[in-house]
Ligand binder design. Sequence first.
Ligand code: ADP
Ligand code: MG
Length: 359
Amino acid sequence: MLPVHLQNVSKVYTSRRGPVLAVDDITLDIASGELFFLLGPSGCGKTTLLRMLAGFIDPSQGQIFFGPKDVTHLAPERRDAAMVFQNYALWPHMTVFKNVAYGLEVRRVDAAQRRQRVGELLETVRIADRATAKPMELSGGQQQRVALARALAVRPSCLLLDEPLSNLDASLRAAMRWEIRRIVKQAGTTAVYVTHDQAEALAIADRIALMREGKLVQMGSGRELYESPNSRFVAEFLGEANFIAGQVVAEQSGVLKVQTAVGALLARKGLASPSTGQSVTCCIRPEGVRLLSSPGQAEARVQAKLTEWTHLGESARFKVTLSGGIELAGAAMPARATAAVGQELPIYLSAADVTILPQ
Ligand code: ADP
Ligand code: MG
């Protein structure tokens, strides 16, 4: 396993409709052994960046390092990275065992060692009992396990995964993402994982780089990005968010008082450093819109009307309308709620749940 460093990496494609700037001046560091996510909407340049790491695409500008070594223009087979493709790309005529052993054969690893290594890997990915099956005889999740084992066989210093779960159905996706994390951590490899699915990234990433239109917009742990987004785009991409405009009127021991159309709110700064008098946007997650007060917390009480209530089993989603027609989406534990749609009620917004977005 090796750290990965990208220095001012850009990629311009030349298409018939002119140049396309797919990756725009990205600099970032991935730590050794880290499970690092490239997250962003379709077309934002994730696959292009991953393929530059793999060596399938030459950067138009910038440099890529694996550890101290500049691999920018090194052929894929010479840079010690292994890719797991969206469609698995297993060899259909080979058994599971052969698929996993192939890379070792090419590297002339002797037969006894090969058997031992493949045996270990099939145990790791929990498919040892299907060693003699052909890929066609396996489920999607099982094929995914084989693809992971095959990529890990050569002990790559960097494992690259491009939307690895997108061909699986929803329940299997949720189970497999934890499997991928377990397998990657057990192998100890540095891994770069591309997805457009924020839930996948939030669930298992050590860190996430969120991309938009070829640019890196924010990088940090899932929790950091979720709780302290640096823009509306980040806040909305990582889940549902409510926004209320206001003006900072005071600050006391780190808590801001923000005057808004629905009254004064108390807020935390997040990544912003607003001064008194400045216009700001407050970001509130649904779970921050509470129907019950938490005594002892700095919170604002705002009059509201419940307009929607959706029972989801373990939780509920609701909507409230505040004065001036501002609508907020909320989330609650249903067992605690006693309100009925149409009812006037107060909502409570605590300072910890109201985050100022940087300008
Ligand atoms: P993502 O993986 O985030 O969906 P891609 O890296 O595949 O994004 O694509 C980024 C941008 O580059 C898109 O606008 C896409 O249309 C464009 N693009 C990708 N591959 C090529 C190519 N071979 N030639 C021209 N444009 C391309
Ligand atoms: Mg892609």
